[in-house]
Design a binder for this molecule. Structure first.
Ligand SMILES: Nc1nc2c(ncn2[C@@H]2O[C@H](COP(=O)(O)OP(=O)(O)OP(=O)(O)O)[C@@H](O)[C@H]2O)c(=O)[nH]1
Ligand SMILES: [Mg+2]
Length: 162
């Protein structure tokens, strides 16, 4: 069986691990991700390898290695920290350098429960450069919605890959 790789990217502390683990029905992470965490997930007869990268600068060297041949890229930023949105452009360039050509990309603005400091124009500008299939907003406080978003993402990836 082919394993379809999906990589979560984005700056440290934006909530990548919290969202991933909520989707998988697990407890929130106890601390920042060191290097990368790997999870397997089966859906519609397809097996996914979910790679949750540590967003800290010092782990950035891992990205081209783990993004290799990825079919899905999920970019997460923090709606209360504008710099995390703008840095997605860099994440995108480096992830797409080794991901499969045409990798299916999604952007998630997380921490919607906090005071919003990113305006829609900025999100549109960044999404214009990245060209995601869809943009979502989430908060880890609503695990049900997080699961919905991720189900939709994996459904899209599953239906567009063979
Ligand atoms: N208020 C709020 N806090 C959140 C949300 N999502 C995550 N957090 C908190 O943000 C902190 C960082 O979350 P992580 O999931 O570890 O972030 P990460 O992107 O995996 O960070 P790295 O592993 O360093 O890349 C934790 O204290 C979480 O509880 C959210 O939607 N709202
Ligand atoms: Mg993490």
């Amino acid at each position: 069986m082919t394993v379809l790789k999906v990589v979560l990217c984005g700056d440290g502390g934006v909530g990548k691990s919290t969202l991933t683990r909520a989707f998988l029905g697990r407890e929130p992470p106890e601390r920042l991700t060191v290097g990368a965490d790997f999870y397997t997930y089966e859906y519609k007869g397809k097996k996914f390898l979910i790679v949750d990268i540590g967003g800290e600068e010092r782990f950035r060297f891992i990205l081209p290695l783990v993004a290799k041949k990825a079919v899905g890229l999920i970019y997460v930023f923090d709606l209360s920290r504008p710099s995390t949105l703008f840095s997605l452009v860099e994440w995108d360039i480096h992830a797409k350098a080794t991901a499969k050509p045409g990798a299916i990309t999604f952007v998630i603005g997380n921490k919607a429960d906090l005071k919003r400091k990113v305006d829609n124009a900025a999100i549109e500008e960044v999404c214009g450069k990245i060209n995601p299939v869809k943009y979502y907003e989430s908060t880890a406080l609503d695990r049900e919605r997080v699961r919905k978003i991720f189900n939709e993402i994996f459904n899209t990836i599953a239906s567009r890959t063979s």
